[in-house]
Design a protein around this ligand. Structure first.
Ligand SMILES: Cc1cc2nc3c(=O)[nH]c(=O)nc-3n(C[C@H](O)[C@H](O)[C@H](O)COP(=O)(O)OP(=O)(O)OC[C@H]3O[C@@H](n4cnc5c(N)ncnc54)[C@H](O)[C@@H]3O)c2cc1C
Length: 613
């Protein structure tokens, strides 16, 4: 095994202090402790939590990262076989309270601020992105039952799920219904017992849909009740357990079975299952909440999972960054570029980190990883405020979270992949070899722009739904926040020019939106949304630039005040990376504007079947 597989590179973002810098200096997460909901928590408790997360990651996550890739989950003899560590993760996740950490106390949770919970999840995901989804989906599924289920459902299902004895899943996708959930065919027929339905159909690609970590599985399943309206309005949500709990406490087979486990290019230790419901006409599920409101309920779990996928992308890219940084600090190759008047020394090779092009690749990784993580922490804080503050501030936080969720999922997934690819390049030929982890990070991160909604779907959501929502209120709120950060940057002569540039680029976004809105006003949705993906790139580049300016303001303030929480190099590194992002990434905004405002509509054909490919 290579040295960088042995060294725990993944934990550096935490060990070097960036995670705490983001939490406390940039996003002022301590403000959350003022809310009654989080009254029992303080910084000391949260620091202990993060230390515990790191210890657990060292012990049970990272050591199995390579092994889970080499020995993937597989289906044999009617069972999905997984790495034995999955069982241990469920057991400890239940015993130590991780699965229910952010749940209400009355539902058996710890009411932990989501912001700190996500900071801990970052550590697990960076250590081994094949594992956290197992318990993350169980949390999400139990949370859905706690939010919309009856007391009976809560009593029956939540305790064993939070204890890590039963798994939860999110069962939406069917062979004919992936991005478009309105085409779901799985059916639900009423029985004599109110709220209990007979379920028939199939679901594919279900993460953690079966494995050896737990005996029972609670599939949160979207299905259509007989006679329901067509489209998304006719979808209902059901709790469909693999083993149905009986009044006497026993568990009986409920005729929902795994029939295959998909073999994949990455995240190979995380099972991805094909489920068949009601083959023997004996599968039952409980309706959650009201009939035909299923998709609305499921959005709670989907939105949480989207932040989770963004976090997993940023965390995987963080691990890749520190591995390539380690390599660049050790690998001797080639000669240093010479200054004017310097003489070449043909005998001596330099460390590759001294090559400006290698530094460019490392800085790109740092800029993407920390920019993404900062956005994810901001979103997590909005979630906490939305849950705890009933004033206008809570409502604004909710709107901002809605607007930023598609960006917080997509930017880390798309640019995290680019960052890891650059990390692989830093390793040269070794990057391509399985003895080194970069190739695994690259394979693992690839799924993240696909599941939980592809990049195209999130781009349509951003431009088509989130920006126009409440007459553009969310984008106005975001714009106010960006302006406030620009104003703060004006107090520091070193940062003021960058604040000015961000203001100009925000103006480009505004102008582009006005142009596109022209189509929307005319009802020309095809032209409005045709390049939504390009709009996502434009908007997300500005949002990450805003994160970097925020980080630079916090760092510059610390430098000016002589704050020694972190070293001066640490703070200078933040300001420097902000400058890098503004020079190398932010200009993309203008190129994207050119595409979006061009009259050349090259992807739109009057005759959809025109043969040009
Ligand atoms: C490893 C893995 C784990 C998964 N886990 C789960 C899970 O736990 N639960 C679950 O329910 N599902 C899960 N999925 C399914 C996943 O969410 C879907 O694969 C994804 O939503 C895309 O659907 P699809 O594969 O059918 O592709 P399609 O929807 O067929 O898309 C194919 C291409 O067409 C594009 N496209 C589709 N519609 C549009 C449109 N309207 N406008 C523009 N472009 C469009 C897409 O962006 C994509 O590029 C998982 C998938 C994988 C591979």
């Amino acid at each position: 095994m290579s040295l960088i597989f042995k060294i725990h590179c993944y934990g550096k973002l935490y060990e070097y202090g960036t995670l705490r810098f983001l939490l406390y200096s940039v996003h002022k997460a301590e403000e959350l402790f003022q809310y009654e909901r989080y009254a029992g928590y303080d910084r000391t408790a949260m620091d202990i939590l993060l230390d515990a997360a790191k210890d657990w990651a060292d012990q049970d996550y990272y050591p199995y990262f390579k092994e889970m890739d080499e020995h993937p989950a597989y289906y044999k003899d009617g069972k999905v076989h997984t790495h034995p560590i999955v069982k241990k993760i469920f057991k400890k996740g239940g015993e130590d309270g991780w699965i229910g950490a952010y749940f209400d106390a009355e539902d058996g949770g710890m009411q932990m601020p989501y912001t700190f919970y996500n900071a801990a999840i970052h550590i697990f995901q960076a250590a081994n992105n094949h594992l956290p989804g197992y318990i993350g989906l169980t949390s999400g599924a139990a949370h859905l039952i706690s939010s919309f289920g009856s007391d009976e459902l809560k009593k029956k299902f939540i305790p064993p799920m939070l204890a890590g004895e039963w798994s939860g899943t999110m069962a939406l996708t069917e062979p004919q219904s992936g991005s478009s959930l309105s085409h779901i065919l799985t059916s639900a027929h009423p029985t004599d017992q109110p709220g209990l339905y007979k379920i028939k159909g199939q679901k594919i690609f279900i993460s953690g849909g079966d494995h050896e970590g737990t005996d029972n599985f609670v599939h949160l399943t979207l299905a259509r009740i007989e006679g329901a309206p067509e489209g998304t309005k006719g979808i209902s949500l059901f709790v469909v357990p693999k083993l149905m709990p009986q009044a006497d406490g026993s568990l009986v087979d409920n005729d929902v079975h795994a029939v295959a486990d998909f073999q994949k290019m990455g995240q190979r230790g995380y099972s991805t299952v094909h489920l068949v419901y009601g083959e023997q006409d004996h599968c039952y599920g409980y309706l959650v909440g009201e009939a035909h409101h299923g998709l609305k309920y499921m959005f709670q779990m989907m939105n949480g999972a989207r932040i989770d996928v963004g976090l997993s992308s940023a965390s995987t890219a963080a691990a890749a960054y520190y591995a390539s940084l380690q390599y660049a600090r050790e690998r001797l190759q080639g000669a240093r570029l010479l200054n004017a008047g310097e003489k070449p020394d043909s005998k001596e090779q330099t460390l590759i980190i001294h090559h400006p092009d290698v530094r460019r690749m490392l800085l790109l990784q740092k800029a993407v990883v920390e920019g993404s993580l900062s956005l994810l922490m901001e979103c997590s804080k909005y979630n906490d405020i939305a849950q705890s503050d009933s004033s206008e501030k809570g409502k604004d936080a909710h709107l901002l979270l809605e607007l930023l969720t598609p960006i917080a999922k997509t930017y880390p997934a798309e640019m995290g992949r680019v960052a890891i690819d650059n990390g692989l390049q830093v390793l040269g030929g070794y990057g391509f070899c399985t003895d080194f982890p970069l190739q695994q990070y690259l394979r693992d991160v690839r799924i993240m722009a696909i599941y939980e909604g592809t990049t195209a779907i999130h781009s349509l959501d951003l431009l088509g739904r989130k920006i126009p929502m409440e007459n553009g209120k969310a984008i106005k709120l975001l714009s106010d926040r960006v302006t406030a950060t620009i104003m703060q940057s004006m107090s520091y002569p070193e940062l003021a020019p960058y604040g000015k540039v961000l203001g100009e680029k925000a103006g480009v976004l505004q102008k582009t939106l006005e142009y596109l809105m022209g189509y929307a006003m005319k009802g020309d949705i095809r032209n409005y949304l045709a390049d939504a993906n390009i709009f996502m790139e434009l908007a997300s580049t500005i949002v990450i630039a805003y994160q970097w300016l925020k980080m630079a303001v916090a760092a510059q303030q610390a430098l000016n005040e002589g704050d020694t929480t972190y070293s001066a190099d640490f703070y200078r590194g933040k300001v420097h990376t902000m400058k890098f992002f503004f020079k190398y990434e932010l200009p993309k905004v203008d190129a994207r504007k050119e595409i979006l405002m061009s009259d050349d509509k090259l992807t739109i054909f009057e005759d959809e079947n025109e043969v040009i490919f």
